[in-house]
Design a protein around this ligand. Sequence first.
Ligand SMILES: *Cc1c(COP(=O)(O)O)cnc(C)c1O
Length: 400
Amino acid sequence: MSKRSGKAGTGSKLVSGGRRKEWTGAVVNPPIWRGSTHLYEDSTDLASSRENRDGQFYYGRRGAPTQWALSEALTELEPGAEGTLLYPSGVAAIAGAMLAVLKAGDVLLVTDNAYQPSRAMADGLLKRIGIETRYFDPLDLDAFPGKFCERTRAVLLESPGSLTMEICDVPALTAIAREKGAVSMIDNTWASPIGFAALERGCDIAIMSLTKHVGGHSDLMMGSVSAREDLYRKLRQTSQALGQIVSPDDAALALRGLRTLQLRLQRESDSALQLAHWLSERPEVARVLCPMLPDDSGHELWKRDFTGGCGLFSFVFKGADKAARARFIDALEMFGIGYSWGGFESLAIPVDPAGARSETPWPPTTMDPADKLAIRLSIGLEDISDLKADLQAGFAAMEQ
Ligand SMILES: *Cc1c(COP(=O)(O)O)cnc(C)c1O
């Protein structure tokens, strides 16, 4: 990092991140360093490699400049972070964080609107190794302190929540967790550090699926975890013990995606907000779940704590049945049907949050129980008029 870039703005950090001269040589991007074996100059050089420092050649499993460049660029984006670890997927990053801070006998608190595979990990793998999970309503601040017990060691947050997009009060929840002696982790995939400075807002560990916005082109799987110094050491130890490494080719792709991250997020959130407005006025729609919308119940907190959004939001049909929802989806031509999100191309997927909740009702008590079928949209870089026409065709198909 140059002397000036420490204070640089986000766009400048995205451009310069990880581009150390010793890593790039004469070209702009850090080249792809493929290699398992790193060769040493002599036995003294070999002996000095035992220190296990970041950014030091050792063996392929500890990475090479391509991976180090990506880690460094991500760390620069996360104020308060000592370092960033890379994992072969977002789920692997979540597992890496959990296993670094929890041990048998500990209790983990997980937000009720967590990404479904996070719940599956808590109820499966973590349970099997003696870690107990309790779920909590992320919007009920008053009840939150009562969820802790002597053995509670960590809290997993996600804001907005997966599928249903509730914004929780991260500074308040993390302050309570700290008071109780628990580590706060957040799955920050939706906003990325561009839209939500997780560590500055009270979290100790920020997790991201780089598969989504950072990759941005639907052609790679990766995850990251950034943390303050003490926790970073623990995470690094655990990651090395588990043998986690990403390929240099994928790291180079993620770095390429990172350069345009801010531009893509801006364009995608602008389009998403316009479409969310438009959808909220459709007679077929009961509710749009998008914290960027001024009348969304999470909007005030979003405005207070976030510096940006993205193209991902959901909407709930007014009393539609599954067959009508399927006709809507099948009529879409511009939107792809598929999992994941955050790519340059728009996607739509039917979602049924009820199956992934245990502490909070779906639909919420403020909604008609008949209004429960939802669709999640990931808005890409297409022209908004085309996306709107596609959604319009979907609504027309429902009427048959
Ligand atoms: C997709 C996703 C993940 C998992 O990422 P993968 O790279 O697909 O393993 C984690 N959290 C959230 C919120 C996600 O949407």
